[in-house]
Design a protein around this ligand. Structure first.
Ligand SMILES: Cc1cc2nc3c(=O)[nH]c(=O)nc-3n(C[C@H](O)[C@H](O)[C@H](O)COP(=O)(O)OP(=O)(O)OC[C@H]3O[C@@H](n4cnc5c(N)ncnc54)[C@H](O)[C@@H]3O)c2cc1C
Length: 385
């Protein structure tokens, strides 16, 4: 941290640091992979009990109502101690969306469950033939009486085999590629007719899966917005998703890793590596500044368009650049992969590199984000998602 801090912020940082030290279990610290929800939920529960699980949620919905500065302090202290990833589809994506566009009933049912961790969510957007071109989703959602009956397939569903709820995009008339025929629906993953098949990733874990729907009947009260009018809902959620991917947390974690690997390989006092570390620290501060600016623009209603895309590109590419440095600092050890990373003494060199490849793909690839900027900011013809 190289920003000036108020006395109040310094006191908050001290409180966070000592609480994290006292409450984060050793075996969950400094993991280079995303632990499965069943492993990380103990930490999730501890944050919930302490009132810190949703810093960015307003107090009126049970969140912490934290300022942007307090949020960043939490990210910095999380990275410092090596806190694990927790499931965020509820906290960062569907929760904020329901606050904006959900019915009072949907809010009252789901928001408290997201906070407590009882509701673990996954995202059912992508399909085998529909990723960047999201408006081409073909999973069918046919209204029959008071229900919407779903048939089709989703893919790349992060934690789909651990989640008990999914938000998904379906359409009434298959074969169409129109944005106005899409419905945004909330699905209980224990509904009859849902099959999940895990997919193994390049890093060797199975954090995402394919999900198949065979006559899955969902009450119409689970539609967010109107039937056939879900595109606006879907893209509003993507804005939230990209802002949360764009927090300084990811690059801060990579920075902590760079320091650990430099120490492990005796590079901490090397002038050239100190210079590289300093440049990385400045790059992370740039992400933090962009995050502050983005939040302020959204909160004051001054978002000009493209903010979340810019932030997503910046945070993920700064992270990947630092992870590339981690690999370089690792030298010949860069291919080494141990079963579980943890302390400085037991550094898993390759895991973070493999995990970092996804950053420029998920949440809409960075090429697509650049097309959004080209269209919305520069006024050029481009792809939008
Ligand atoms: C780790 C991870 C987790 C994910 N989790 C989820 C999840 O939970 N739920 C979910 O629904 N999806 C999830 N996804 C899927 C993700 O949203 C898609 O992978 C992404 O949108 C890209 O779609 P695609 O894979 O079909 O690639 P494609 O759309 O086929 O794109 C392939 C390549 O072509 C480029 N490209 C495509 N169209 C254009 C264009 N018009 N202009 C320029 N370049 C273009 C892309 O940038 C990309 O490099 C996840 C992906 C990853 C990697």
């Amino acid at each position: 941290m190289i920003r000036p801090e108020t006395a109040q912020e310094t006191a908050f940082r001290a409180e966070v640091r000592s609480w994290f030290e006292a409450n984060l279990q050793q075996h969950l610290r400094n993991l280079t992979f995303r632990p499965a929800p069943k492993e990380s939920m103990a930490w999730y529960g501890a944050l919930y009990e302490n009132g810190w699980i949703a810093p960015h949620w307003p107090k009126s919905f049970g969140g912490m109502g934290a300022s942007a500065e307090e949020q960043v302090i939490l990210f910095e202290e999380s990275a410092r101690i090596g806190a694990p990833d927790i499931p965020t589809q509820g906290l960062n994506h569907i929760g904020p969306l329901l606050m904006k566009l959900g019915t009072p009933r949907q809010q009252a049912f789901h928001l408290p469950r997201i906070l407590s961790g009882e509701g673990v969510w996954c995202q059912g957007y992508s399909e085998p033939g529909s990723g960047s071109d999201l408006a081409s989703v073909q999973t069918r959602g046919e209204v029959r009486g008071g229900e919407i009956v779903i048939n089709g397939q989703k893919i790349w569903t992060t934690w789909g085999h651990h989640a008990n709820w999914m938000y998904a995009l379906v359409r009434a008339i298959p074969g169409e590629k129109k944005k106005n025929g899409i419905t945004f629906v909330l699905l209980d993953m224990n509904t009859k007719g849902i099959t999940r098949r895990p997919i193994r990733t390049i890093a060797g874990d199975d954090e995402f899966c394919e999900v198949f729907f065979d006559d899955v009947a969902v009450p119409l009260s689970n539609v967010v917005g109107e039937v056939d009018q879900g595109w606006r809902v879907a893209t509003s959620l993507l804005d939230e998703e990209r802002i949360r991917i764009g927090t300084p947390l990811l690059p801060l974690r990579a920075l902590a890793r760079l320091r650990a690997v430099m120490k492990h390989n005796g590079l901490s006092n090397d002038r050239e590596w100190q210079r590289r570390l300093a440049r990385s620290e400045i790059a992370v501060e740039t992400v933090t500044a962009a995050y502050f600016q983005c939040l302020e623009r959204f909160e004051t209603g001054n978002a000009a368009g493209g903010e979340s895309s810019y932030l997503k590109i910046l945070a993920t590419e700064v992270t990947q650049d630092i992870v590339d440095l981690v690999q370089e600092a690792a030298g010949p050890l860069r291919a080494v992969k141990v079963p579980s990373a943890g302390s400085d003494a037991r550094v898993d060199f390759s895991e973070m590199y493999l995990q970092s490849r996804r950053l420029s793909i998920y949440g809409g690839s960075n090429e697509i984000q650049r097309s959004i900027l080209a269209a919305q900011v520069l006024g050029l013809q481009g792809a939008r998602r």
